[in-house]
Design a binder for this molecule. Structure first.
Ligand code: PLP
Length: 421
């Protein structure tokens, strides 16, 4: 048992609690770190316990400790490694509950299916992660759930207001949007949709995929998000060695619905994945801060280079920029994703990418190592030409995710690759 009283625990910071919350060494032979609980099923002491645990899992009789589930049954429903990770994620976000998933897409698809009925409509800020857009357009529409796409950024709230109707069940937001770094004002979106109800009296849910900002620099629930979603493959895992996802909510009914559907679809992570994600949470803050500081230096170098047309990076926003106020209100740091527009087109961008020596040519983001890719030909190649134009996915755009290497080494690499371009 923890020596901390609940009051003492409440005073501690996330980076402190991330090392201990939710794990009692004396339940595991005194192990300072959680073991990997490689078991598919759990023994009940008595039949009555098994009966009670199943009732809790179905959400009957309320949750015994305020958690969404309790009583270990079977590793598709729960497992100590999943629960430790989930407790620590909920703590980071200051939210009531978290559910872990085997990937970001498992988290997104399960959360959307759990919160929408056939006939519901969504308002969706684009650009959007490609897999999410494919799921909405290609799959949810088959079940009568329609998405209306609007532009992420300063016009999003006004565009959303015009689309609110009797079927509007949700607004889905990625902020900053990827790859154009556009910010959407979460609090303003909450306010604009707060009074709205569907024809059958349900409120409008705000779902935020917070993967790009990450949990260190933005906590969307503080600005009214009902559901916060992560690809834990990115900053949370942070080492490009694991695929995972998370859904967080404050509302018990939302958590219960999402947990129930996860049980049915089976999209939970395995214990080893949850263990790796738990281990990564211990260094989340220092990784995110180191990467952001590096990205700031790299972005400041890039804007000075003659072969660069423009640089999109939150840390370069100036008070005169329309998104500056949103940035200062909503985020405590810029993250580490840089949109680099080189002078030229695809050929020049490819020459730059092929000349990089330290920064690796690969998709994904939020890792210890720096990664660069060409959205128009790679991550966003599935978009129509019109959608590419609307989202600023041009042929001269390179997306760079800065890692925690030495900043001077990264700047050296960027310079030599630009010089060769
Ligand atoms: C990577 C990513 C996803 C998908 O996550 P996976 O873990 O690859 O399934 C979803 N949203 C955003 C913003 C992402 O960057």
């Amino acid at each position: 048992m923890s020596k901390l009283t609940p009051e003492e625990s409440a005073r501690l910071h996330p980076e402190t609690l991330a090392l201990s919350l939710g794990f009692d060494p004396f339940l595991s032979e005194g192990a300072v770190k959680p073991p990997v609980f490689l078991t598919s099923t759990f023994a009940f002491k008595k039949s009555e316990d098994g009966k009670k645990f199943f009732a809790w899992m179905r959400g009957e009789g309320g949750a015994p400790t305020g958690k969404h589930q309790a009583g270990l049954i079977y590793s598709r429903f729960n497992n100590p490694n999943l629960e430790i990770f989930e407790d620590r994620m909920a703590m980071w976000e200051g939210m009531r509950g978290a559910l872990s998933f085997s990937s970001g897409m498992a988290a997104i698809s399960t959360a959307l299916l759990a919160t929408h009925n056939p006939g519901d409509e969504m308002i969706v800020c684009a650009p959007l992660y490609g897999g999410t857009e494919t799921f909405m357009r290609g799959f949810l529409t088959k079940f009568g759930i329609k998405s209306h796409f609007i532009h992420a950024g300063i016009t999003a709230v006004e565009e959303a207001k015009k689309l609110l109707g009797p079927k509007t069940r949700s607004v889905f937001i990625e902020t900053p949007a990827n790859p154009n770094n556009k910010l959407t004002d979460l609090a303003a979106m909450r306010e604009a949709t707060a009074a709205h109800r569907t024809a059958d009296g349900r409120s409008v849910l705000i779902l935020v995929d917070n993967t790009v900002a990450g949990p260190v620099f933005c906590q969307p629930a503080k600005f009214g998000a009902d559901v916060v979603i992560y690809s834990a493959t990115k900053y949370i895992g942070g080492h490009s060695d694991v695929v995972g996802g998370v859904v967080l909510a404050n509302d018990f009914a939302l958590l219960k619905a999402t947990a129930g559907l996860r049980n049915s679809l089976g999209g939970m992570p395995n214990p080893h994945t949850a263990w790796l994600l738990t281990r990564s949470l211990e260094t989340l803050k220092i990784r995110a801060e180191a990467a952001a500081a590096n990205a700031q230096k790299c972005a400041e170098f890039l804007v000075t280079h003659p072969k660069v047309r423009a640089v999109g990076f939150l840390g370069l926003l100036k008070p005169a920029d329309p998104e500056y106020a949103i940035y200062r209100k909503q985020q405590t740091g810029p993250g580490s994703l840089i949109s680099l527009f080189v002078k030229g087109g695809e050929a020049e961008a490819f020459r730059f990418l092929d000349a990089l020596k330290v920064i690796k040519l690969a998709v994904s983001l939020g890792s210890t190592e720096s990664l660069a890719q060409h959205p128009a030909a790679m991550t966003h190649s599935g978009l129509t030409p019109e959608a590419k134009q609307a989202s600023g996915v041009s042929d001269d755009l390179v997306r760079i995710s800065i890692g925690i290497e030495n900043a001077d080494d990264l700047i050296w690499d960027l310079r030599q690759a630009l010089d060769q371009m």
